[in-house]
Design a protein around this ligand. Structure first.
Ligand SMILES: C[S@@+](CC[C@H](N)C(=O)[O-])C[C@H]1O[C@@H](n2cnc3c(N)ncnc32)[C@H](O)[C@@H]1O
Length: 472
């Protein structure tokens, strides 16, 4: 039986003070506990017609760089939206269950998750800090290396933001007034900053606040909306496009905080009472959902494959092992926009490498192995490769095709072996580290297993395609 979030009534009282209509007929949703490890979700409390406005959260109740700017000393250079919002959350992290007394956004901050213990970035942070045999360290070592690589990239983003926020706090020590943490104790605030940063990274949504539509600062935390869980399949709720987006402008006046955030119900289906409403967070692979949001979807449910495996570390290592020639080829791939983001996919059929990966492996085999020095006619030879990228010729040569396909076959075979070992070792996670494991440990272990199984399945299917000589 799902239960309503205990602080939901306080949140509504606060939102109505911002001028929001929170009457039951104009707010047909509420935050209730969801299934499994998904925490809370957004549920219909009565049947909802297609394309209905679910709510309109006032711009003043959105937590973003515009609404925070009047309350903070200016920063040069400017803090990014992620840094500004996570700084605010850091300074106001509730210390007990009685909620957050902060006058501006307190009732909203009170409904945020109290911890991110089950998020893999927290495991990595704990692992980096203690290098212990704790559950978290075991989980990190049990992850496929490609997923570890991805997680480390988001850890670097976290550390960069934390360094910037630390500098800002050192320059503006009055922000710490009344707190136990004095300026020389800023270091000790890192764990709270991780909590703040993960709130921003798992809950922020795109919202047009600046002139350029692609500005990464076009984002906000939005109360109520951020209770919506992700689903890979429709029906989805849909954010209503705002005027600034339709007219391609920044918010109309510097004095305003942008526009309200409006969410619409799924456009083609009636949402029955008591059903959960979802958002689509993006067309993300499971490894991205896991490293960024701390969960993943079960690909075996719903009859659709959609599996993906990333090969970045493996392919980068191939180029690194080829000395000056490898560095030269890497430079070309960087300049031409093909470096990184190399993936294989189980669907659509036949299972296949991405075009970026094919193009990269073709270049890797342009010069026969084990050569690792740049040949005198390198530029000339590159012409054939360039022609394939411009679509002037389909392939470099039959030999080149056979070579890259064979390299991909070897990579997939190695990954399958690693996956078999990885799957076998999951049973040992948590043994001997503590008498009772935290309640999130089982779902964490099943995510690690699903990540390995996805790699295993995608690699097996790509091998099958290569064996059948499928053309990609
Ligand atoms: C925007 S919040 C959604 C609300 C959140 N469930 C809560 O309790 O506040 C995003 C987080 O919800 C969880 N989540 C979202 N979709 C999920 C899903 N399909 N399965 C499991 N967890 C999910 C993940 O922890 C994710 O980081």
């Amino acid at each position: 039986m799902s239960t309503v979030h205990p602080s939901w009534p306080d949140l509504l009282t606060w939102l109505s003070r911002h001028g929001m209509d929170v009457s039951a007929e104009n707010l047909p949703v509420e935050a209730r506990s969801s299934y499994g490890s998904a925490g809370y979700g957004l549920f219909a409390h009565h049947s909802i017609e297609p394309g209905t406005q679910l709510f309109s959260v006032p711009a003043t109740a959105l937590l973003n760089s515009l609404t925070l700017a009047p309350h903070y000393p200016r920063a040069v250079p400017k803090l990014t939206c992620v840094q500004a919002v996570s700084l605010h959350l850091l300074l106001h992290r509730p210390k007990n269950c009685s909620g957050c007394p902060e006058p501006l956004f307190g009732p909203y901050i009170s409904v945020l998750p109290q911890d991110f213990d089950s998020h893999p970035l927290t495991w990595l942070w704990k692992d980096e800090k203690s290098h212990s045999l704790a559950l978290e360290s075991q989980l990190i070592s049990a992850l496929p290396s490609q997923v570890q690589c991805k997680l480390r990239k988001s850890f670097i983003r976290f550390e960069t933001d934390w360094k910037r926020v630390q500098c800002y706090l050192e320059r503006n020590p009055t922000l710490l007034r009344g707190r136990q943490a004095k300026i020389n104790a800023i270091d000790s605030m890192e764990e709270d900053y991780l909590w703040a940063w993960l709130n921003v990274n798992t809950r922020c949504v795109y919202h047009r606040l600046t002139k350029s539509p692609s500005d990464p600062d076009n984002m906000t935390l939005c109360p109520i909306l951020d209770f919506a869980n992700h689903s890979p399949r429709p029906p989805y709720t849909i954010p209503k496009p705002i005027q600034a987006e339709l007219r391609d402008t920044a918010p109309s006046s510097k004095k305003t905080f942008g526009e309200n955030f409006v969410l619409l119900s799924p456009s083609t289906t009636i949402t029955p009472s008591d059903t959960e409403l979802f958002l689509k967070y993006g067309a993300h692979s499971n490894s991205t959902l896991f490293t960024e949001y701390g969960f993943m979807t079960d690909l075996s449910v719903g009859g659709r494959a959609g599996g993906e495996a990333e090969l970045d570390g493996i392919i980068a290592a191939l180029f690194n092992s080829r000395g000056s020639l490898g560095s030269w080829m890497k430079e070309i791939l960087v300049v031409e926009g093909y470096w990184g983001d190399w993936t294989i996919h189980s669907d659509p059929n036949p299972a296949h490498p991405s075009y970026r990966l094919i193009t990269t492996l073709r270049l890797y085999h342009l010069f026969s192995l084990p050569s690792d020095t740049i040949p005198p006619n390198a530029e000339e030879r590159l012409e054939d490769w360039r022609n394939t990228t411009f679509g002037k010729q389909d392939i470099i040569s039959k030999d080149n095709e056979a070579l890259w396909r064979s390299t991909l076959m070897d990579i997939c075979k190695n990954m399958i072996q690693e996956a078999q070992v990885g799957i076998m070792s999951i049973g040992k996670i948590g043994l001997g580290v503590m008498s009772t494991l935290p309640e999130w440990a089982d779902s964490a272990k099943s995510f690690v297993e699903m990540l390995w199984k996805e790699e295993y399945d995608v690699c097996s299917l790509v091998i099958e395609s290569l064996e059948k000589n499928e053309q990609f």
